[in-house]
Design a protein around this ligand. Sequence first.
Ligand code: ATP
Length: 495
Amino acid sequence: MMNEIVGLCKRRGFIFQSSEIYGGINGFFDYGPLGVELRKNIKDAWWQDMVQRREDIVGLDSAIIQHPQVWKSSGHLDGFSDPMVDCKASKLRYRADQLFYGKVIVAGEVIGYVSVLEDATMQDQADKAAKKLKKKVGAEGDLSPVELVVYTKADPSEYVLIPSPATGEAGSLTPPREFNLMFKTQVFPMTNASDNAYLRPETAQGIFINFKNVTDSSRVKLPFGIAQIGKAFRNEITPRNFIFRSREFEQMEMEYFIPPGDDVWPKYHKEWIEWCRNWLISIGLRADLIGEDVHGEGDLAHYSKACTDLTFHFPFGEQELWGIAVRGNYDLTKHQEGSGKSLEYFDEAQKEKYIPHVIEPAVGVDRILLATLVSAFAEDEINGEKRSLLKFHPRIAPYKVAVLPLVKNKEELMSKAREVFEYLSKRYHCFFDAAGAVGRRYRRMDEIGTPYCVTIDFDTIEKDQKVTLRDRDSATQVRLSLDELYKTLDEKLNF
Ligand code: ATP
């Protein structure tokens, strides 16, 4: 299914590999004419529901490059890293926490090692590789199932024994090393080599460092949130699974500030998990593919009180989509220490000063976009004819309506269709298509997820002034007067 989605995205202009004409650059993507619309609609829906329609949340757009001290205080400079391992033979690099190895044991004796990269079928792959090794060395006796261990837990004496996933040969893997994921850059006149600036690896810190600006300049009162949509950059060691893990991506983050106290946050945390799940379903994600991963104590950052990820069953496995973390007052405290400026809030009701705690729902636009593609992708048969379609929720569909004159060589029919198009495109993003048989035009629209088609035919101009409204998913058609059409679309396309 992933191959079909990637193929459709390229063919129809949703997503392209970045710099493709120069051979591409791994971990970067360009959004084409349809992709940019889909992405914008997702962001607009989030902003409307998160900011515009709530009285307790305000927006922000902070700079991508911030004072280097921001990343020192937040802990990113020292701790925002993944363990990596290099294969000296192939020059390939892996995330050490995604590389697994196991001993191959025949009749109770270790005859060698196998290695696999983390995925849903890794146990199978490891057992197959073990069988192959047994055959190769001609070992006799029972082969035990391979017990997989993550490379970061390997004993140093084992590094030379574990085969590289690239070559299948042992001896070329390095020990795991921590690799900071932040992209460095230089800002004039910072000339000191230690004064690197960084592309932000998350949008959240921009919110924390503006906490005082926002509370001083607006009339927000606890509990309240600050929301931001923007690009983030991480030099991921192994970008993969199409746009799921890339090096440049976009986040939609909201910091919801609440009073301190261990009896306060659980209620808000629960509410935000529910809000996020409902919101995903409201824009068309399949509810049956959404899961939940509640982090155990061992998986939490030291300052974090709880974290629940909403997950999504992508074709390549169940993965994190939206993290809803309880971050305590860690970030504001760190920035207060680092800047020497008070980031306390005065609670008028309680007549006390404190550093607020925070709940952080943080999600990637690109991951939601991929989940909408997976949810919407479908194939069916209409009157014995196969079609492939994207059942996008109308709120996020790139085009809402296609206007189709039945034939293009009839002046009166074309001008009626133009009139309808002009009226509708003032309200919604519409597509005008007069080329080819109307059935083919419907299928083209189905394939890119346009929920409604309006066809203007001979009856429209010669008989009843009515047009045909066709629904993408059911392929049913109704004839409506123009007034009825505009009213119906208004009801269907206002969110
Ligand atoms: P992961 O464990 O997948 O690396 P994370 O836990 O580091 O993700 P956060 O730092 O919590 O992610 O970022 C918040 C959200 O940003 C994630 O839930 C995800 O939707 C998105 N995100 C993070 N890294 C990437 C990436 N490399 N590409 C696309 N989206 C990302």
